[in-house]
Design a protein around this ligand. Structure first.
Ligand code: NAD
Length: 348
């Protein structure tokens, strides 16, 4: 039963869809529309059990509510999950079937990219429903904006933790050189930072060594590199109670979703005086960039919005506010950010 899931947080609507012909099985969770129609990408991956897929949809949609609220967007939180291996079952027909279901939900939710899907998939879905972000006609590849937002967040970390306005000679370890991590590394290099990088893909690390003069480190030890900032841009769950004891950086701030494996890992960081930038605040650039596209969807109310560069720069001031408030309240930045987000979506 959904209401018994530990991830259930008074979600407004949860829909289950199946299509026998294409093998589609999908869950769409809408956590909150308090601030506006919900937005949140579509994750396409196999799950060991259906209950885990449901938990993922519930958890990720709540995170989207928090992310959009803390980014100041007039947008709610939702998420779609398609159960199955995209390499095996993803077809044009399946994406169309999914798109028709999204269309049936209508004006209260728009989907977009996440793990296992591409801009091209979004365009296929867009053939049958307007409620899709991340197409090349819209904001396009969100990772460009996510990386810009991460840089704004890293500047807030530099100011708050190191009393600096620049990255010159600052040592930063970037874990993961994918769409976001590579762009973050490029901008940090341009700003004069000294980089240590790791990726499971040796071609990517070789390229970073050549282009950014980065020192290459093993994927097992990058979290423990002797640096000022550890910047996770690969996987979730990298900060555990065990890895915290090995982190030598004085701050953890990067793009990866769900970096803390548990609230206790956040507490352990704080006990070691390692500053943590809540991931759903620093990595909000993608959703921030999609605002024009989501506002243009049928039946949406247009509200005045700031230009994209200003909205992305807002990540800096929001993080500084979270850092200051968390110190004042004697809480971790994650706990403070969650509290602020809950206030912003009318849940406190
Ligand atoms: P990506 O798939 O393009 O890149 C991930 C990179 O991490 C790849 O180069 C991969 O080889 C590498 N990697 C995988 N396992 C690794 C390991 N154990 N150690 C080191 N490197 C490893 O993904 P992305 O779009 O760059 O996203 C990166 C992270 O940021 C993800 O956690 C994602 O959820 C999050 N995020 C991305 C966006 C976005 O706009 N793309 C927005 C918000 C959050």
């Amino acid at each position: 039963m959904i209401w018994e899931s530990a991830e259930f947080d008074n979600h407004e609507q949860v829909c289950f869809f199946s299509d026998e012909k294409t093998g589609l099985r999908a869950i769409v969770a809408i956590h909150s529309t308090f601030r506006g129609p919900a937005a949140g990408g579509m994750r396409f991956k196999p799950y060991d059990t259906d209950a885990l897929a449901l938990d993922d949809a519930l958890r990720l949609s709540r995170a989207m509510s928090y992310k959009s609220a803390l980014a100041g967007l007039p947008v709610g939180g939702g998420k779609s999950v398609i159960i199955g291996d995209p390499a095996k079952i993803k077809t044009r027909e399946l994406l169309h079937a999914f798109g028709r279901f999204i269309d049936r939900i209508g004006n209260v939710y728009a989907t977009g990219e996440d793990v296992g899907v591409t801009v091209a998939d979004m365009e296929t879905i867009n053939e049958v429903t307007p409620y899709v972000g991340g197409t090349s006609q819209g904001a396009g590849d969100p990772s460009i904006h996510t990386a810009i937002g991460v840089l704004h967040g890293l500047r807030a970390v530099a100011v708050h933790k190191f009393g600096r306005n620049d990255f010159s000679n600052m040592r930063i370890a970037v874990q993961g050189l994918g769409s976001v991590g590579r762009r973050v590394a490029q901008q940090l290099h341009d700003a004069g930072a000294k980089l240590i990088v790791a990726d499971v893909n040796a071609e990517k690390t070789a390229q970073a060594h050549e282009q950014f003069d980065a020192v290459v480190c093993s994927t097992e030890t990058i979290h423990a590199a002797d640096v000022d900032i550890f910047c996770p841009c690969a996987l979730g769950g990298v900060v555990t109670e065990a890895t915290v004891t090995e982190i030598r950086a004085r701050a953890v701030a990067g793009a990866a979703n769900n970096q803390l494996s548990s609230p206790a890992a956040g507490d352990a960081l704080a006990q070691r005086d390692i500053l943590f930038a809540p991931d759903y605040v620093i990595n909000a650039g993608g959703i921030i960039s999609g605002l024009e596209a989501t506002q243009a969807m049928p039946g949406r109310k247009k509200v005045d919005i700031a230009p994209l560069p200003d909205r992305l720069a807002g990540i800096n001031s929001r993080l500084l506010e979270i850092f200051r408030r968390s110190e004042m309240e004697g809480q971790t930045p994650d706990a403070t950010a969650q509290k602020m987000a809950q206030e912003l979506i009318g849940r406190r």
